[in-house]
Design a protein around this ligand. Structure first.
Ligand code: FE2
Length: 157
């Protein structure tokens, strides 16, 4: 809410931003919307979005239960990622789940700097990172679910 007030954003608009992406509100458009690969300095800026999410959400009581997702979704099982270098079971379970979903969504979506990957390529990518980036049981469950049969009916991109 502080950011909304200081940036001129209508605080009610915050309710329309998915919680996992709220920290990206603080990332400059020149970085967030850059049509090419980020420089090291730009990655340093981008890697702050979970910290901004923590700062934005922690004062809001009704969003606090969801804070693990935006704050910890870039942590990796092997402890090599950000913002805190958490590893294994220290990564909150909700963030372990969202990490897989987020990578799936990112890779199967068009970006300014690349076309969306196919489901098969994305599935292979995620499976190759089990135990380093992702928790095995989470990946297994994620790839097993298809409750509406919608994945198989999605067009390959
Ligand atoms: Fe993120």
């Amino acid at each position: 809410m502080f950011f909304a007030a200081s940036s001129g954003t209508d605080p009610m608009k915050l309710a329309e931003i998915p919680v996992p992406y709220i920290g990206k509100m603080a990332i400059p458009d020149r970085v967030l919307l850059k049509p090419g690969p980020l420089t090291r300095a730009e990655w340093d800026i981008m890697r702050q979005h979970p910290v901004y999410a923590y700062k934005f959400i922690s004062p809001i009581k009704y969003l606090r239960p969801a804070i693990d997702i935006p704050y910890c979704h870039h942590e990796k099982v092997d402890g090599t990622c950000y913002p805190r270098g958490l590893a294994g079971k220290d990564i909150p379970f909700a963030a372990q789940i969202f990490a897989v979903v987020d990578v799936w969504d990112a890779l199967t979506s068009n970006r300014p700097y690349r076309k969306a990957w196919s489901k098969n390529r994305t599935s292979h990518y995620i499976q190759k990172r089990v135990g380093r980036h992702f928790v095995p049981k989470v990946v297994e469950a994620f790839l097993d679910i298809d409750p509406l049969g919608s994945w198989s009916s999605l067009p390959e991109v």
